[in-house]
Design a protein. Structure first.
Length: 307
């Protein structure tokens, strides 16, 4: 399908760096966008509204200055990931900042995006919504979103369970708009495969954790290099929702990855995302910690080689 116009003539690769809690910040977003890869960050990563304001000023200012200095370059758009659940008490303030800085697109998660979509469409902002099932896809379409992000089995963090072969093809039967797909995307070959299946863009998370510009702890980055798919465990015991975590990080807080209960977590030093770290099934393709520019150049070569 043709790319959504928010990306028109602005991408070097059909990729969005996924918004990762405690990982994605201004440096990762700016570095990705300068290399022609769309990028995003979760609004909660900015711990206060004042910090979010500062981040958006920094991102928009640096990208505008870079584009003016390099008019020949494709500078990709960026997004803020908004939690639209009623429990997000600062959502209206976040929406005000989206409008203030004219953020090109927004990714909505965890809840019904309808009210956010109405507000964002009024100011001309494109909205994509995370979905993990066919039912959720239909609900998001009814809410008026511009695109669907299919979070498939094997994705890092909170994840779905559907195989991308089934998920993409079945959604395409009733949705001709933008489809973005996440789940174990760690190289350029996989990005191209997702396009062949009928999607428009790849959603890449774990691979960008292990970059110089991510906010991840160095021990986390090093662990990613040592792990493969067998080191990833799916559990709902840490957050109440299914998420993929790295077994070595569970072991490091004194838990047995093969047999622990919620009561054991409470008695340990385990904190989801902070001391117990996440990755998707594509972790076995991570062997180094390059700069974002180096990683994107490599993925572009891999993508072109199989195109």
């Amino acid at each position: 399908m043709p790319l959504h116009n928010v990306f028109e003539q602005k991408l070097e690769l059909p990729i969005i760096t996924a918004p990762m809690f405690l990982i994605s910040g201004p440096e990762l977003v700016i570095a990705s966008c300068k290399e022609g890869v769309a990028a995003s960050f979760p609004a909660p990563n900015a711990r206060t509204i004042e910090v979010l304001d500062q981040w958006l000023e920094q991102i928009t200012g640096e990208l505008e200055a870079f584009q003016q200095k390099h008019p020949e370059k494709k500078v990709a758009p960026f997004a803020v990931n908004l939690i639209v659940h009623p429990g997000n008490g600062r959502l209206n303030a976040e929406l005000d900042l989206i409008e203030k800085y004219q953020v090109p697109f927004v990714i909505t998660s965890v809840g019904n995006p309808k009210k956010a979509v109405e507000r964002l469409h009024e100011i001309g902002t494109t909205v994509f919504h995370d979905v993990i099932s066919i039912k959720h896809a239909h609900k998001a379409i009814s809410a008026g979103v511009d695109g669907l992000i299919l979070v498939c089995g094997g994705a890092g963090g909170h994840t779905g369970s559907l195989n991308p072969f089934a998920f993409i093809s079945q959604v395409r039967e009733f949705w001709q708009g933008t489809i973005i797909v996440g789940g174990a995307v760690s190289n350029g070959q996989t990005v191209r495969a997702i396009e062949i299946l009928g999607a428009d863009l790849a959603y890449v998370g774990s691979r960008f954790i292990a970059t110089n510009e991510s906010m991840a702890d160095q021990q986390y980055k090093d662990m990613l290099k040592e792990c493969d798919a067998d080191d990833v465990i799916l559990s709902n015991k840490f957050t109440g929702m299914n998420a993929n975590f790295l077994k070595p990080s569970i072991t490091s807080v004194g838990l047995d990855p093969e047999k622990f209960e919620r009561k054991d977590i409470a008695a340990s030093k385990a904190q989801a995302w902070k001391t117990v770290w996440s990755a998707g099934h594509g972790v076995g393709s991570i062997h180094d910690v390059p700069s974002v520019a180096e990683l994107i150049a490599r993925m572009k070569e891999e993508y072109e080689a199989v195109k």
